[in-house]
Ligand binder design. Structure first.
Ligand code: E4P
Length: 224
């Protein structure tokens, strides 16, 4: 399972890349707005830090402008994946951009029917938003299971990119369902490392170790 980081904060990405957990990045217009920086600069910088796909989203709603924006974004770096919204025009743009050889991420997916359309349009990624479904009382993970079943039945190559992740439980459930990718906010990725028993256990080990007065590395006087 691949982990993408869901942020446009380059400092966060640089830090998390050193964990070896970052297989790609997703951005959206809200995340770019939050960065307070020009979109092209942010995408270029992220692509310089991360080898895997970096999703950059078009903001036009008509096909021609979506295509112009998508091709411009794809020209920023070889690892840009162009993100288009789930709509008829978005799917037309998906088909054309995919035909160019550009990977396309179809975003704002909330139903299995939408995911089926995206796969038929040649999307490299489909982004079902599990957290936003949970927010309205639905079960976001049920959508992932339905998409996985449909894609497996027809051997679609479109990767299921679980988005709108709100906590470690979403990552674990996505993994159990065999999702290809989860795009994870930086704070949630850090939460994945944590467990209270790990913290408690380490505290006890270090306290016992301190009582021994030992050092694993030879002290200078011993080495001499
Ligand atoms: C990722 O591609 C999406 O834009 C993102 O996961 C949306 O998350 P949110 O629902 O927390 O805004």
């Amino acid at each position: 399972m691949k982990f993408f980081i869901d942020t446009a904060d380059v400092a966060e990405i640089r830090d998390l890349v050193t964990t070896g957990m970052v297989d790609g990045v997703t951005t959206n217009p809200s995340l770019i707005a939050k960065s307070g920086r020009p979109m092209a600069d942010v995408i270029a910088e992220i692509c310089g830090v991360v080898d895997g796909p970096v999703s950059a989203e078009v903001t036009a709603t008509d096909v021609d402008t979506m295509l112009r924006e998508g091709r411009y974004l794809a020209g920023i770096a070889g690892n840009v994946a162009v993100k288009v919204p789930m709509s008829i025009n978005g799917l037309k743009a998906c088909k054309a951009l995919s035909g160019d050889g550009t990977p396309v991420n179809v975003t704002l997916c909330f139903s299995p029917a939408q995911a089926l359309l995206a796969a038929k349009a040649g999307a490299a990624f489909i982004s079902p938003f599990v957290g936003r479904l949970d927010d309205i009382g639905a079960v976001g993970m049920d959508l992932i299971a339905e998409i996985a079943e449909i894609y497996a039945a027809y051997q679609f190559q479109t990767e299921i990119l679980v988005a709108s992740v709100r906590g470690p439980h979403h990552v674990v459930e996505a993994a159990k369902l065999g999702a290809d990718v989860a795009t994870i906010p930086p704070a949630v990725l850090r939460q994945l490392y944590r467990h209270p028993l790990t913290d408690k256990g380490l505290e006890a080990f270090l306290a016992d170790w301190a009582k021994t007065g030992q050092s694993i590395l030879p002290v200078e006087s011993d080495a001499a």
